[in-house]
Design a binder for this molecule. Structure first.
Ligand SMILES: *Cc1c(COP(=O)(O)O)cnc(C)c1O
Length: 235
């Protein structure tokens, strides 16, 4: 039986091998363990083995796990990666260290206003809709620069980079193309003076492709924790 620990070690090896193939040191790619739908005990187990960065999609679930684990896992870093509604921003601003899914200025403004003074600024990424499907969340590539400018100006946020969720049904060539678009957008924004150091892209099925295109952080759930129950909706 594969335990969470051995699965996690396998994912770390995949990340390191993909980084090496891309000519980069393994520690240039952060592994975010996406623990959504899995219990706090699973998070605690990986924490005890040294994993620090964990991702969640639902504000309430992240908040509950943070309460359960706060005492045992003092250095745990929560990343909120799910779609964000206005009425959930406070909980996220109070619990997370990172938010990857900023896709409109109203959400960025609320997160900045609601970030507690005793915490450091919230680290954020702008989610970009690289697949171009209108049903998908994320700012359009055309709107990303303006959203980045507005987000970077907010006092309690630090803009770190860009995030994407490509069309999961796409073939490898299409996925690579979409990852490359995000990498090129980062370059373009950095040439305009943004110092973006983060490309949040790649999941269980496509982390190697994302790393080949320059991912600095991969968000991996299934390959570490196993399959989620069917009724759970990843979007
Ligand atoms: C669930 C989720 C992941 C992890 O997906 P897996 O395919 O299970 O690795 C990554 N990113 C986001 C935004 C997610 O919602």
């Amino acid at each position: 039986m594969t335990t969470i620990f051995t699965a996690w070690q396998g994912v770390r090896a995949r990340v390191a091998a993909a980084a090496t193939r891309a000519g980069r040191p393994a520690d240039t790619v952060e592994l975010l363990a996406v623990s959504k739908t899995f219990p706090a005990d699973a998070v605690r187990e990986l924490y005890q083995h040294g994993q620090r960065h964990f991702g969640e999609n639902y504000a309430q679930e992240m908040h509950d796990k943070a309460l359960q684990l706060g005492g045992d896992c003092p250095d745990l870093v929560w990343h909120f990666i799910g779609p964000l509604q206005s009425n959930k921003t406070r909980q996220v601003a109070e619990t997370a260290s990172w938010v990857h899914s900023v896709d409109r200025v109203k959400i960025a403004e609320r997160l900045s206003q609601q970030r507690p003074d005793h915490l450091p600024p919230l680290q954020v990424c702008i989610q970009v809709n690289v697949s171009g499907e209108t049903s998908k969340s994320g700012a359009t590539t055309a709107a990303a620069a303006e959203l980045a400018r507005q987000t970077a100006s907010l006092p309690r946020l630090t803009l770190r980079g860009l995030m994407c969720i490509p069309d999961p049904a796409a073939d490898a060539a299409t996925l690579r193309h979409q990852f490359r678009q995000l990498a090129e957008l980062r370059q373009e924004l950095n040439s305009q003076g943004f110092g973006l150091d983060t490309l949040s892209m790649g999941m269980s099925a496509d982390m190697e492709l994302a790393i080949a295109e320059g991912a600095t952080l991969v968000r991996v759930g299934t390959a570490i924790f196993g399959a989620r129950s069917a009724k759970e909706n990843t979007q």
